[in-house]
Design a protein around this ligand. Structure first.
Ligand code: AGP
Length: 611
């Protein structure tokens, strides 16, 4: 949700900023811009549309500079037009600012500044901050003093980077509620970025700012402060993944690359965490909190989107196998109601990015109520990962495709590891534990098997390119998979799709079924299979076009469904890992055939850092 890059050093800034921006394009892609500082002052170039539009403009009129900031936008306030694109500048054109987040009191500040004679040229909430910095900047003060003074008056969420020709060769960055990190270069160069992808081509050494921090970057180094003025040391961390992880590696799209990475990402989430002999999971990130976990009597899972679907599967697993009551909450709902959180409740946030604003806010609400918080997060060092008391990392590597694929299956496995850990400390026998460990060990190679269906699913997709609607049905562990399959299709192909509990269909959606309605039914062999067969009969009786995802030859379905896609068999609570993958491939191929931009679907952004 908006990407920020900054560079100050001895090299030409433009190529470094543009390369960083391209790696952040997944965060927002409706306009882009940069501001460069050189001996001639501050130059700003911005364009509506994707980063290639900005690139073309810069190629026509290159600017030499060794300090600059850049931005790729996902619009919150104001349409994606040139005036609304970032950077925003002071009226004299001597301060430039890029922002990710929402300034909640922008109207109040704007009214004040208009009274002082400031003229606004955009519809954004961001522009107030640059004028406020200008207004508060006292003669002789360094830029950071003015930025800090302005931020003390601002309400809402921000990650910002600011440069000024009045105090050149310096970038001031700050964050509250939106991510921002510093890249510490080796040869007198400093970077800033919304995430490590922006800086990794230059350095792996990063400093994560905390909420309420600001920092001053110059070729001589960096200093970090709290908004109140106190200097702080946030420590340097090493990014462990490399550039190849954020490149397409020969695949046409990141989404396809990430779908095909799943055997490896699943092996990674389990690496060193399975103890076959003891039928148990070794979870370093939570083992030290056995006391907290041992006394837990309820778990509240908060998440959004695909991560919420993973949370639903988690609910079923934890209740069935660990016998712990679980509620799964949309983080955006949880944060604004007044949920009952008794003692001995654990708040568990599930998030790929670790930056989703609603999930973070729900977590903070739980914390305020004094209950322990845990995270299942992919992005190492992300805000949610640092905010939670303990957690489990997915180690899935960067996920760039806006539609989450490999992170989802890793979330399912992380939740099953957590379930095993909790169940074995309650009542689960070693025998049952071993059976689960053995089944988990087989998952990566079973996923390889499912991926061999790619060509078959691509051919199948051709029949559905012109469909207007899709229904996805599943029961038990497969109900969240139905929701996830529908979400994937909607996101990347723009076909309307609904996921529904298969039996609940009779209570309404069955009215939609006719010979024009594709219905994807999750029907692997699990304890509820025979009931799903009956639901399939109901759809068939209304001439629905059925694609069934099965886990054996499913003789009961022969002649009743139009297509059958067969995945390997595993334990019921692990089947979602396998049944999800054909749905990811189906959504991908339909979208590609429709000419959609699968990695950057319209209106979406990878991590939603505004509420
Ligand atoms: C999934 O394909 C999404 N684009 C979206 O629903 C996502 O899962 C959601 O925004 C939550 O993100 P998070 O996992 O990074 O918190």
């Amino acid at each position: 949700m908006c990407g920020i890059v900054g560079y100050v050093g001895s090299q030409q800034a433009t190529p470094i900023l543009m390369a960083g921006l391209k790696r952040l394009e997944y965060r927002g892609y409706d306009s882009a811009g940069l501001a460069l500082l050189n001996g001639e002052g501050l130059k700003v170039v911005k364009r509506p549309g994707k980063i290639r539009e900005l690139e073309a403009a810069i190629e026509k009129a290159p600017i030499k500079a060794t300090c600059g900031i850049a931005h790729t936008r996902w619009a919150t306030h104001g349409a994606p037009t040139q005036p609304n694109a970032h950077p925003h500048t002071s009226s004299a054109g001597d301060i430039a600012l890029v922002h990710n987040g929402i300034i909640e009191n922008s109207d109040v500040i704007k009214a004040r500044l208009v009274r002082e004679g400031y003229v606004f040229v955009s519809e954004t909430d961001t522009e107030v901050v640059v004028h406020l910095i200008d207004y508060l900047w006292e003669e002789g003060e360094p830029l950071e003093e003015a930025v800090a003074a302005a931020l003390r008056q601002v309400e809402g969420a921000y990650g910002i980077a600011v440069v000024s020709s009045r105090d050149p060769n310096k970038i001031v960055v700050a964050r509250r509620g939106s991510p921002l990190l510093i890249g510490v270069g080796k040869n007198g160069e400093m970077l800033a970025g919304s995430d490590a992808a922006a800086v990794i081509a230059v350095t792996r050494d990063v400093v994560y700012l905390d909420d309420g921090d600001y920092a001053v970057l110059t070729p001589e180094g960096y200093r970090t402060y709290q908004l109140e003025g106190q200097e702080v040391d946030r420590g340097v961390h090493e990014v462990t993944w490399d550039l190849a992880a954020i490149e397409k590696g020969g695949h046409e799209h990141f989404m396809l690359k990430e779908i095909f990475e799943q055997p490896a990402s699943l092996a990674d989430v389990m690496r060193g965490r399975l103890i076959l002999e003891e039928g148990d999971a070794r979870l370093g990130g939570i083992a030290d909190h056995q006391f907290d976990l041992g006394t837990i009597q309820r778990i509240v899972i908060t998440a959004c989107g695909t991560s919420w679907h993973a949370g639903l599967v988690g609910e079923y697993m934890l209740e069935e196998l660990a016998r712990i009551p679980v509620n799964v909450e949309y983080a955006s709902e949880f944060r604004y109601r007044n949920p009952v959180l008794e003692d001995r409740t654990l708040a568990l946030a599930v998030s790929q990015s670790g930056e989703t604003a609603d999930t973070l806010a729900a977590l903070k609400e739980a914390e305020r109520r004094g209950i322990p918080t845990m995270g299942i997060v992919n992005a190492v060092g992300s805000t949610i990962a640092r905010q939670t008391k303990f957690g489990i990392y997915l180690h899935a590597g960067p996920e760039i495709g806006v539609a989450s694929t490999k992170a989802f299956t890793s979330q399912l496995v992380a939740l099953s590891l957590f379930t095993l850990f909790m169940a074995r400390r309650r009542h689960m026998s070693v025998v049952q534990g071993r059976e689960i460990v053995q089944s988990l060990q087989q998952l990566p190679s079973q996923v390889e098997e499912v991926l061999k269906l790619n060509d078959e699913i691509r051919d199948l997709a051709k029949h559905y390119v012109d469909s207007k609607n899709f229904l996805y049905l599943g029961r038990g562990y497969q109900f969240p998979v139905a929701l996830e399959g529908a979400l994937k299709l909607k996101e990347v192909s723009y076909i309307h799709a609904e996921g529904y509990p298969a039996a609940e269909m009779k209570h309404g959606p069955i009215a939609l079924i006719d010979d024009d309605m594709p219905v994807v039914v999750l029907a692997p062999r699990d304890p509820i299979y025979s009931k799903v067969v009956s639901n399939i009969e109901e759809v068939k009786a209304r001439h629905g076009r059925i694609i069934a995802i099965v886990s054996d030859d499913a003789p009961e379905l022969q002649g009743k469904v139009d297509y059958m896609i067969k995945v390997p068999q595993t334990l019921p609570h692990l089947l979602p890992v396998l049944t999800t993958i054909p749905l990811q491939l189906l959504a991908y191929h339909i979208a590609v055939l429709r000419g959609a931009d699968v990695d950057q679907p319209r209106n979406l952004a990878k991590s939603v850092t505004v509420e």
